[in-house]
Design a binder for this molecule. Structure first.
Ligand SMILES: *Cc1c(COP(=O)(O)O)cnc(C)c1O
Length: 498
């Protein structure tokens, strides 16, 4: 790779280009010290550094170019359609960013006394009310930082609930189509995740569930609509079955973008659920950025909710209530990812009830449109009306030697982020496609055309698909290594690789 091409993009395998800067370069100009210099050792004792941390030293333009270049090499919802099923990669309205950057919110110190943080507390109070209303829950904790942490917290509350009754049931029932975080959350809580099969038609049937129902059932985790994009029509009956043995129903709310404004999980028998604000409520996500996974719950679980809660006193002043003896405790520093709460609140207020309902309708309409049009060529896994996402498979291309992953990679060459592939596990060669409501008809049609062209290529020029992506700076990455040995911390060049 030459320096010339490095100017257009960055080869992450070439540390000499990634490592920039030189000693004594600086991107800031601080005023001259006008107070007496102090000895850090005198103030911080053993915490003081003995030597400089060896951070890169760069001019401001170098820093700007570095990050802008990285952002250009990345795919984002601001550059193209992102039909990553289950992740609800919808457009993030810029008005949310304006709200989150208001100095009163962005600059507020997390330890500010309640009396001086009334605006922030009021926003949290109102967001809690809005989310509770949308889902038919009594209350909502805003603390968890992601959907997965919301699951963990919801299950902690379920465990505390059973313990308060002197019970210790061990099993959480989970359909075999569930998102991987569901069994993980059970295991972290000391529950046994017990998988049960779903019907041929992709939904949970009460007769399949019945053999699993006994006194050792602490609860069930259900995603509705489920991970194959179908509404669990037996949900109320299922909830009754679980409640009849003293169990509780956990709703994985990640797919709320297909229900919002139309149906309320709380009315369907769900006792506790998480919201994924970064999915349904347009706070940005991906790339490991901050998420937010509030947990809604019914009153029976209220004593066990994380501390503190936001309350309002008789004078209309908001305060944080830490005095909650049965609480599962604090699950997150301060008040969670507050900036995400501001964005979600801005979105809800901007949309209003009608807007949220319309978003759901369009999300479902777009998915069904894709189901019909893609179904002309591709195999639709469950051929019935879907909700906000649809599962297709590459069954008809199996002879060509082209894999589902190849197809996903080829989409990148055409400017689309790939859909979720090989999930749900129950469908071989699955592609879970979630267009969301924020894509136009033109974009959806273009996606269908590109998918058709890839299917054709797979039969006529399979090498083109197998070698994709051909137009990106980096080709196929070692995903296992990236996940298992991520480089998350900067190390000075001398000790790189240590
Ligand atoms: C995204 C998702 C989760 C996990 O949420 P995170 O915010 O990514 O932790 C759980 N269940 C389902 C169905 C999801 O789509």
């Amino acid at each position: 790779m030459t320096i010339g091409s490095a100017a257009k993009g960055l080869n992450l395998e070439t540390p000499l280009i990634f490592e920039q800067g030189a000693p004594t370069r600086s991107g800031v100009s601080l005023p001259k010290l006008d107070v007496p210099d102090v000895d850090p050792k005198a103030h911080f004792g053993s915490l003081a550094r003995n030597e400089a941390p060896g951070l890169p030293e760069l001019f401001e333009p170098e820093v700007v170019r570095h990050y802008v270049r990285l952002s250009q090499q990345n795919f984002s919802i601001d550059t193209g359609m992102y039909p990553l099923g289950s992740c609800t990669m919808k457009y993030n309205p810029k008005v949310n960013e304006w709200a989150a950057r208001l100095p009163g919110f962005a600059g507020l110190h997390p330890l500010t006394p309640d009396a001086k943080a009334q605006g922030a507390l009021e926003l949290m109070y109102r967001l809690e009310k809005a989310l509770a209303t949308i889902c038919g829950m009594d209350r909502v904790t805003l603390h968890p930082a992601a959907g997965a942490q919301g699951e963990l917290v919801g299950l902690m509350m379920i465990r505390a609930y059973h313990q308060s009754k002197g019970r210790n049931p061990k099993k959480i029932l989970i359909p075999d189509t569930a998102h991987g975080t569901n069994p993980a959350s059970c295991a972290l809580n000391g529950f046994d995740a017990v998988p049960f099969p779903v019907g041929e038609d992709g939904i949970v049937r009460t007769e399949d569930l019945a053999p699993f129902i006994d006194e050792d059932v602490a609860g069930i985790m259900l995603t509705n609509p489920n991970t194959v994009g179908l509404f669990e029509t037996n949900i109320q009956k299922i909830a009754e079955m679980v409640h009849s043995v003293g169990g509780l129903v956990y709703g994985d709310g990640a797919n709320l973008n297909a229900l919002m404004g139309k149906a309320r999980p709380g009315d369907l028998g769900i006792d506790v659920m998480q919201f994924n604000l970064h999915k349904t409520f347009t706070t940005p996500h991906g790339g490991g950025g901050p998420g937010s996974g509030p947990v809604g719950y019914k009153d029976i679980l209220a004593p066990f909710a994380p501390s503190p809660t936001v309350e309002v006193d008789e004078n209309g002043s908001y305060y944080l209530d830490e005095n909650r003896p049965e609480s599962v405790g604090r699950v997150r520093a301060f008040q969670g990812n507050f900036g995400m709460l501001v964005r979600a609140y801005a979105y809800i207020r901007e949309m209003g009830p009608e807007g949220l309902r319309r978003a759901t309708e369009l999300a479902v309409l777009n998915a069904n449109y894709l189901k019909e049009r893609l179904g002309e060529i591709w195999d639709v896994a469950y051929d019935r009306r879907c909700m906000h996402e649809v599962v297709i498979s590459d069954k008809h291309l199996r002879e060509t030697g082209v894999t589902t992953l190849d197809i996903a990679k080829r989409l990148i060459d055409h400017g689309f982020h790939p859909p979720t592939v090989y999930f749900p596990l129950v469908v071989k060669g699955a592609m879970l496609i979630e267009p969301t409501e924020t894509e136009s008809l033109q974009t959806l049609d273009h996606f269908v055309e590109v998918m058709a062209s890839i299917a054709k290529e797979a039969e006529t020029e399979p090498e083109k698909v197998k070698s994709a992506p051909n137009l990106t700076r980096l080709r196929r990455l070692d995903e296992a290594r990236a996940a298992r040995r991520p480089v998350l911390r900067y190390r000075p060049v001398e000790s790189a690789g240590a």
